[in-house]
Design a protein around this ligand. Sequence first.
Ligand SMILES: [Zn+2]
Ligand SMILES: [Zn+2]
Length: 235
Amino acid sequence: MFKQRQPASSKNGNMVITVEGSQSARNLPGSNATSWTKLVLDMHSPGTSARSLTCSYCNVEQPPRAKHCHDCDRCVLQFDHHCVWLGTCVGQGNHCRFWWYICEETALCLWTGILYIIYLKVNISRAWWKDAIIIMLLVILSISLIFLLLLLLFHSYLILTNQTTYELVRRRRIPYLRGIPERVYPFSKGLCRNLYNFCFVRRSMDELERIPNALELEEMSRPYTCLDFLTCRCC
Ligand SMILES: [Zn+2]
Ligand SMILES: [Zn+2]
């Protein structure tokens, strides 16, 4: 998340930036806010105006992939979604932990289901109403497990292609993604690099992802050939 500039700090696991939010502060020569504006503009395509990037709620320029969350009332870096269960946004800084959280929930659900099945097998001749309750719980567990597994697979796909839920769902409405072919993932560095970055790289504010230029996008949209598979182009 960000509200201000300066070194990224963390709130609820999200990145928080500190900025002097007022327009006058941003216009001061040499101020942090001015260099922030320049940094953000450099990350976008040439010709993008600072005005079109300014969040009307926080009054700061949004780097690519950032979005204002109305629930948290702040802009979130690499915004994925606002999780109502956790009561916070999932974005840069906590997406990795969110994936592990889903993974652990899935494992817990699976393990509980196995224990229930073992219990049912051992105690099948006991009172029928006890079995009925266990079977009902097993059905609820199975539904939860399917949901969690699908969520885990979905987020794994997002991680491998370096996308966010917001970018995937609103692709046609996000200005910097408009016009990019469907099968091109502009922030992807290849499967292995995406996975490595997601697991091990913690970006500082000066290392935010920029929008690829036209040449890079053209290279990404080039169809795969046999040679590309042999040279592991996607990695
Ligand atoms: Zn905002
Ligand atoms: Zn939020």
